[in-house]
Design a protein around this ligand. Structure first.
Ligand SMILES: CC(C)(COP(=O)(O)OP(=O)(O)OC[C@H]1O[C@@H](n2cnc3c(N)ncnc32)[C@H](O)[C@@H]1OP(=O)(O)O)[C@@H](O)C(=O)NCCC(=O)NCCS
Length: 198
């Protein structure tokens, strides 16, 4: 993946043009502002506990952690030539020999932008990137009452398991690379295939 060009563009349900790109060092301030606008509930679901403020250290970690250790993707909109983050997703690679092929993901979709397929796009992009890097496992900690995230993870073929350290959270686990499921084609599909069209 190029780290400078947007990875993809699309339109939100309300027509707003959105794009996805890798985080950059100059994103710190726009991320601090965007994270500061998250509702208490979105913060609780993201950080697995009620938290009042998101620390500057956390924001710096998003922009300053070397790419070899993590992947942070942002979804942004434009307003008066300025990029405004509406969502972000991240994985961080384990830092011990036992966890070096495993990454841990988290997603944060701005409250007004939830339920529009942005989380699914981000999670798929993170899985693609983890696969491309040759990682073997992706996992995420999800609160037991986070129906949206549990449903999204299941939809993307994660298995949901009990967490060894916390009865209030679940572990979403995906082994990589994903097995390719062959698309079943009916008679028309096979005929189209014979003529080189799909
Ligand atoms: C959980 C979260 C990441 C989901 O992202 P999203 O952009 O709102 O979800 P999407 O629109 O991409 O939905 C994808 C799937 O998730 C599930 N889903 C989304 N919202 C849901 C809801 N309110 N209830 C149940 N399932 C829901 C559905 O299966 C949906 O698929 P469908 O559209 O085919 O039905 C997002 O709501 C969020 O950031 N919440 C706050 C922070 C958080 O919970 N982070 C996760 C910690 S890892």
């Amino acid at each position: 993946m190029s780290h400078h060009r947007p990875l993809t563009h699309w339109h939100a349900a309300n027509g707003t043009p959105l794009h996805m790109r890798h985080v950059r060092p100059d994103d710190t301030e726009r991320l601090r502002l965007a994270l500061g606008r998250l509702s208490p509930e979105a913060r609780r679901q993201r950080f697995l506990a009620p938290i009042n403020t998101i620390s500057d250290a956390f924001v710096r970690d998003l922009t300053e952690t070397p790419r070899e250790r993590q992947c942070t993707l942002l979804v942004l909109r434009q307003e008066n030539g300025e990029e405004i983050p509406v969502a972000g997703g991240r994985f961080v690679i384990g830092d011990t020999p036992e966890t070096a092929d495993t990454c841990e993901f988290a997603l944060t979709i701005g409250d007004a932008w939830q339920g529009q397929g942005i989380g699914r796009r981000l999670l798929r992009a993170l899985i693609d990137e983890a696969e491309a890097r040759g990682l073997r496992r992706m996992l995420g900690h999800v609160l037991l009452d986070n129906r949206a995230m549990l449903a999204l993870a299941r939809q993307q073929h994660f298995s949901i398991e009990a967490s060894p350290d916390d009865a209030q959270t679940r572990l979403a686990i995906l082994d990589l690379p994903r097995r390719k499921t062959r698309r079943r084609r009916g008679v028309l599909g096979r005929l189209a295939g014979m003529f080189g069209k799909r």
